[in-house]
Design a protein around this ligand. Structure first.
Ligand SMILES: Nc1ncnc2c1ncn2[C@@H]1O[C@H](COP(=O)(O)OP(=O)(O)O)[C@@H](O)[C@H]1O
Ligand SMILES: O=P(O)(O)OC[C@H]1O[C@](O)(COP(=O)(O)O)[C@@H](O)[C@@H]1O
Length: 315
């Protein structure tokens, strides 16, 4: 069982328009809502592939109630933590050429007690789990070291822990040495404090984090695929998608594929292959829809242990 915790979940509304222009009135051509937040997306992707998972999240207010209903409809096992503030609504505006503009709300303020209750519930659920994943931004009010505390709590219970966040909460979590992290290119550049433009620079940056004690660093590189770096582990994988539809949540699907494979005993490179497959399949689907087994059919994944360090990245 893979436990996910999403301290700042969302309802994701995807709105399609012909041509987005700031300051103008637009008539949408379509719209949809999906359950959102990074850990929730990972649990959705795992559920769609029949992989056991439990999603924990603070589900407050009418939006929290709606999010719980959406998760139940999708068959995602979840444990709501009751909080006073309402779940946020994040908006993605999608244009026909695939350009996506995202507006993410900050989320409700969590009190100290609510942040502690979420941590305690996750620590309880971690006992006997294959992995615990903490993912996404922290809502206002949650302490910056919330993910660092989660890493310590999971380690105390003998459970492997993955963290996928950004900014100060991610930097604090790194110091606590999670088992695995999944930054994208921008997040890795932020963690090492320098721009990364070619594959060799990404590999070197990921190695620095491995040397600090992170066992496995998976870096997602959008259309350029992903790498895994660990002690004695280095591989690059990519899949070519001819008609990408929406990249919202692709990183979450990649991480779901990686954790599912590792939970089933795959080696880190096999897990990279499955992660890239699930991530690539996600971009063929609208909004943040997650791939089913049928959606994975016919997507070829190339895995290469000898990577071209000079490969320029699209960023
Ligand atoms: N245009 C694309 N074509 C093929 N695969 C893609 C494309 N965009 C994303 N992916 C796959 O999805 C993964 C996650 O995407 P990425 O944008 O890097 O994550 P995040 O959502 O975390 O920023 C990538 O590593 C890649 O495997
Ligand atoms: O917690 P954050 O960083 O604001 O991100 C939340 C957003 O990320 C997602 O989980 C995935 O979106 P991305 O494409 O930005 O990875 C959305 O469902 C959600 O709206």
């Amino acid at each position: 069982m893979i436990i996910t915790v999403t301290p700042n979940p969302s309802i994701d509304r995807t709105i399609a328009v012909d041509d987005l222009r700031a300051g103008q009135v637009h008539r949408a051509t379509s719209s949809r809502i999906d359950p959102g937040g990074k850990g929730i997306n990972v649990s959705r992707a795992l559920t769609a592939q029949d992989s056991p998972t439990l999603a924990l999240a603070p589900l407050g207010g009418p939006e929290g109630h709606l999010l719980g209903e959406l998760l139940a409809t999708a068959g995602v096992a979840h444990r709501p933590i009751d909080v006073g503030g309402s779940v946020r609504m994040n908006v993605a505006v999608v244009e026909p050429n695939g350009t996506t503009t995202k507006l993410n709300e900050p989320g409700p303020v969590l009190s100290d007690g609510e942040a502690q209750a979420l941590l305690a519930a996750t620590a309880d659920a971690a006992v006997g789990a294959t992995w615990v994943l903490g993912s996404g931004s922290l809502p206002p009010g949650a302490p910056t070291n919330w993910y660092a505390d989660l890493v310590a709590a999971a380690r105390d219970r003998g459970t492997r822990v993955a963290i996928d966040s950004s900014g100060a909460p991610m930097a604090a979590a790194l110091a606590a040495c999670p088992t695995l992290i999944k930054p994208n290119l921008d997040e890795l550049a932020e963690l090492v404090g320098r721009p990364l433009t070619v594959l060799g620079e990404v590999v070197d940056a990921a190695y620095e984090l491995v040397e600090e004690g992170i066992a496995l660093v998976y870096v997602s590189l959008g259309a350029d695929g992903a790498i895994v770096v660990g002690n004695d582990v280095l591989a690059y994988a990519r899949a070519t998608i001819t008609a990408p539809l929406s990249s919202v949540g692709a990183g979450d699907c990649l991480l779901a594929g990686v954790l599912d494979a590792l939970a089933h005993g795959a080696d880190p490179v096999g897990a990279l292959r499955q992660g890239v497959l699930w991530g690539a399949a996600a971009v063929t689907l609208p909004g943040s829809r997650v791939p089913t087994p049928e959606d994975l059919i016919g997507i070829p994944v190339q895995v290469d242990a000898h990577l071209d360090r000079s490969l320029a990245l699209a960023g």
